[in-house]
Ligand binder design. Sequence first.
Ligand code: KIV
Length: 263
Amino acid sequence: MQKKLSITKIQKAKGERPLTMITAYDALFAKLFDPTADMILVGDSLNMSFGGKPDTLSATLEQMIYHTQAVCNGAENSFIIADMPFGTYPTSEKALQNATRFFQETNADAVKIEGGEEKAETIKYLVQNGIAVCGHIGLLPQSVRGEGGYKVKGKNDAEATQLIADAKAVEAAGAFCMVIEGVKAEVATAVTEAVEVPVIGIGAGNGVDGQVLVFSDMLGLFEAFTPKFVKKYLDGATLVTEAVTRYKEEVESRVFPDEIHTY
Ligand code: KIV
């Protein structure tokens, strides 16, 4: 079992080895991922995969704190990042107030906020006040309603130039690493080369410093839709359905509980 990585170790990994980040929303799965993952992200994607909502926007601060506490209870060795939900960081002051709640009420090691140049002031303010920040640039799920859909970024020169400016601003503001989501692979690679902090990709190709996937996607548990970038490492939905079907059959036929499962 590896020891929890420090921010310094996470940053030293750049150019040495790709980092593995995975989401978790509860202690049960966090415990399973803990021996393997470098970083666990308590993503507001929980609102979709667990909450059944169409996007991440209705996740609340209270929900994120509850789930972050649960993940921290299950994972002792992974570096844990809590997603600041939509609407909780409109100003630097508000961001600090809400990020402080994550640090006081959970054992999270860092928070993540979405946005590039426009969020640099906020990131700087958090970092100056002792909050470690992971940035998030490219496709920003919290902007999906404002932008009218999930749109891959880096499709033209202007977008590529903006992404590099965003990454540099987030780095200069003091973020220790950043997620880059839904970006053409060659642009994500250029962004990765333009900054010194690790850039963790999701739907951003293989030229970045690490990968993050939503666990319910990669375990094949979330069936509503599968983005192109998701690789299913398990057919979780089929396995669960088969198990529950067998359970029902055994209940109905009184095969379960048998003698060894009876007091
Ligand atoms: O909420 C989340 O799970 C995320 C990942 C998609 C990076 O932000």
